[in-house]
Design a protein around this ligand. Structure first.
Ligand code: PHE
Length: 357
């Protein structure tokens, strides 16, 4: 009787160990615990399921195969459960790692700082477009210039007092007299020397003057030169052209004023002003109560200049003008100090963000 119940008890024992192993496996939470668990139940030497096989000697030989088979079946199920658990733990660990390393692609990006065009650049482009519509080509020239172009060819001979009109930076050089150009007018001579009439160009560019700096004078500033040479060009063309420019810049009601002035390379010479866009010409703070804003100098190209570049003054005539680019920006946007332009203060420069030309 005892011999008959022994295998049954043995089988119960298998089921008991299997249940315990399965329950404990469910509670295993990490790899280390899983290894400990494995050694305890499935370990080759002292695992509790393998241990049962070693007890088989105590069984009735007739019962041994059934018992052995039951142990092996139990081992296989527990092994399968172990593998399932291990996969689950690995998956969970991977999931946790991915979650920890996750990138939220819906987060808004960090703003990229984008620069803006400088107000001088914006105005240069605006002027260039206005004159393009009037048939003018935009050209550029050197800022470090030969005195020949800056002065001599423009009817300002050496030692002539007219050179003192421009406070000049001279450059040390063994290649003749070199200056930082004091105006964009040297490009008048360069352009005419390089081509035959008709000429219609505007020349924006940086100029330099050895100047006491104040709210309306900088030693570095930009000018726009204009030059038109052809047969039968008259002062009326000059007036019409600058009137159109002023209207494009400040509005259709703008009026222009020309007064006599002297520049060695024009005859007659004028300065030109536009009616103040801030007050319509009535007089205000912007125009200092005068109703007018002076924009630059102009005149009919001097016959000596035409001769200097090989043009026949009896056949050709032309007009030229030069205006301060910053000055126009100042008038248009109500800026009262030219030093703002090149002080690199972002609070000033950023105000032109989004202004497009
Ligand atoms: N170049 C002159 C200046 O800078 C301006 C000017 C240009 C005057 C063309 C007449 C004609 O003062």
């Amino acid at each position: 009787m005892a011999q008959e119940t022994e295998p049954v008890t043995g089988l119960d024992r298998i089921a008991e160990i299997e249940r315990e192993a399965t329950e404990r496996l469910a509670a295993v939470a990490d790899e280390a615990a899983l290894e400990g668990w494995y050694r305890e139940y499935l370990g080759r030497k002292d695992g509790r399921l393998s241990g049962l096989l070693r007890q088989m000697g105590k069984l009735d030989p007739a019962e041994r195969p059934r018992f052995g088979a039951a142990v092996n079946e139990a081992k296989e199920r527990v092994q399968a459960a172990y593998e399932g658990r291990r996969t689950a733990l690995e998956t969970a660990a991977l999931g946790a790692r991915l979650a920890a390393e996750a990138v939220d692609v819906t987060l808004p990006g960090r703003p990229v700082e984008v620069g803006t065009l400088h107000p001088t650049t914006l105005m240069t482009r605006e002027l260039s477009e206005i004159f393009a519509l009037l048939g003018y080509q935009t050209v550029e020239g050197p800022e470090v210039e030969e005195a020949r172009y800056n002065f001599d060819l423009l009817n300002i001979p050496p030692n002539h007092p007219a050179r003192d009109m421009w406070d000049t930076f001279y450059v040390n050089s063994s290649h003749g007299e070199i200056v930082l150009r004091t105006h964009t007018s040297p490009m008048q001579a360069r352009t005419m020397l390089a081509q035959d009439p008709p000429v219609r160009v505007v020349v924006p560019g940086r100029c330099y003057r050895y100047e006491a700096v104040d709210a309306s004078h900088e030693s570095i500033f930009f000018q726009l030169e204009g030059l038109a040479v052809d047969e039968q060009i008259t002062m009326a063309d000059l007036k019409g052209t600058l009137t159109e420019m002023a209207r494009q810049l400040f509005g259709a009601e703008t009026r222009v004023r020309f007064r006599c002035d002297f520049f060695p390379f024009v005859e007659p010479g004028v300065d030109f002003s536009a009616s103040c866009p801030a007050c319509g010409g009535k007089g205000c703070r912007t125009c200092k109560g005068t109703g007018w804003l002076e924009l630059g100098g102009a005149g009919m190209v001097h016959p000596n200049v035409l001769r200097n570049v090989g043009y026949d003054p009896d056949r050709y005539s032309g007009f030229a003008f030069g205006l301060g680019i910053e000055r126009i920006v100042m008038v248009k946007y109500g800026i009262d100090d030219i030093r703002n332009f090149y002080a690199n203060d972002l609070r000033f420069l950023e105000q032109f963000a989004g202004t497009r030309i």
